[in-house]
Design a protein around this ligand. Sequence first.
Ligand code: 16G
Ligand code: ZN
Length: 529
Amino acid sequence: MSLHSAFNKYPAPSGINYAYGTAGFRYFGDQLDSVAFKVGVIATLRSICLGGKTIGIVITASHNPPDQNGVKVVDPMGEMLPQSWEPFANQLANTKDWHQFNQLVQERLPENYLKSRDIVPMVVIARDTRQSGPRLVSAVIDGVNALNGHITDFGMLTTPQLHYITRCSNDGSFGVASEQGYYNKLIKTVTKILQINNYDCLDAVTVDTANGIGGDKLQKINALNHVMSFHVINGDTAHPLRLNVDCGADYVKTNQRLPHGVGNPIPDQLYASFDGDADRLVCYFMDKGGKFRLLDGDRIATLFASLIGGLLCHVKGIHVTTAIIQTAYSNGSSTEFIREKLGLPVYFTSTGVKHLHEKAIEFDVGIYFEANGHGTVVFSKKYLEELKKYEAKNSSEQVAVDTLILLVDLINQAVGDSISDLITVLVALKLMKKSVEKWGDDYSELANKLFKLKVADRFVFKTTDAERRLIEPVGVQEKIDEVVKRYSKGRSFVRASGTEDAVRVYSEAANEDDCTELGEKVCEIVKGI
Ligand code: 16G
Ligand code: ZN
């Protein structure tokens, strides 16, 4: 099909202004056909501009309800589409006129591209379990084919698996670019870590997979290995309308309670939840007193930092920079714990994986997590090289070095990955001989609450300082400051959502009542604008 015919096949609906947000284009599934076609075109153009490197596309709306969907572009090394391409993506997505559309496309194409065939643009695609997925994949395929691109459809995968495949397609040293390649790398690495540390297997764990794709993939891992085992609950992918309903990482984190399906939790035993596309992880347990204890992204970051920091202590003579990257949503207690107990620097960025990732790669070991469970660790080339050439002085040092090297393979550096993050949590607890209870006692969270407000125009809210302060509307931040200082350990910020037509208000304070009162007062300020 020619580009022109494909353009006509997918007319853009009127009345929607599409915007490439923090996680790509995200709308109701039936509003995305024209966008999916255009993202096919964008990914192909991106591949052409990068001389034929493979670009990824994921069709998912993550933790959002089943009738929504999203289209997201993955860059060659598994990162997000660079922000410099977002205005172009928005322009294409909103163009209804063929001539204008064609002109925009031609401007990005090298001269004679369609005739010369010097470059073969490569695209890989996967989707989650949503009903609108197959239709949107077809639309993407039409977009890629219209520009003579080559596309491989990997069917249903977790978002991080598609990031992994994209990266491997461009960098063979990362692994084999297939779903099986992903499992092989993971299983081989875990098996080796356990072996050199004298353990047979990891503890089995119950995982709520939000009735999403992560459940199917964990079952595959169960069938392929002997060193770890996952008991999947909320693993019903046969009924896509159950996706994320009363379960999953977002439900557990937002409501601070057990997901549907965990009836009688065993005290002090670890449980975990993924989100619908398996790139977020939260852990939790019920303590002996029957209290629900959440172990969110902040906790996972501190656990990983303790594991890596502890191992690095054994390897004297290696100099690496380590930092933890957080967002405004990270609990103040976790920040204090990292700075004071772990002695590590903390940096803040805006919400959204791409911002955290960008900062994390400035360090040899960059640990980044959002409180909601999105995150991973990135390692520099230098770090791996230094470890590889390090001459250990005794066997325990050698084990530490080898474990550190293996962790680089275990952790999915391309993007936060529920499966590999969970396995790393289990490895960390085992190697550090740390109980879940002890992990939960690292620090006590300050009370925190999140409010969502509908406003006439969320774009009037402009922030600075990693979204922690408002610069517009002018004068509002001063009013917030005035309220915040009345509460012990008080903190609050206001930011426009990047995924919903709403404004979010976060409040934090020494106790629940203060936290609620503070949040409500800040909401009043916002409503009064
Ligand atoms: C997206 C982001 C997530 C962020 C959330 C904030 C990615 C892959 N996903 O889901 O990291 O926490 O947006 O949503 O970057 P909000 O802007 O609506 O609060
Ligand atoms: Zn997700």
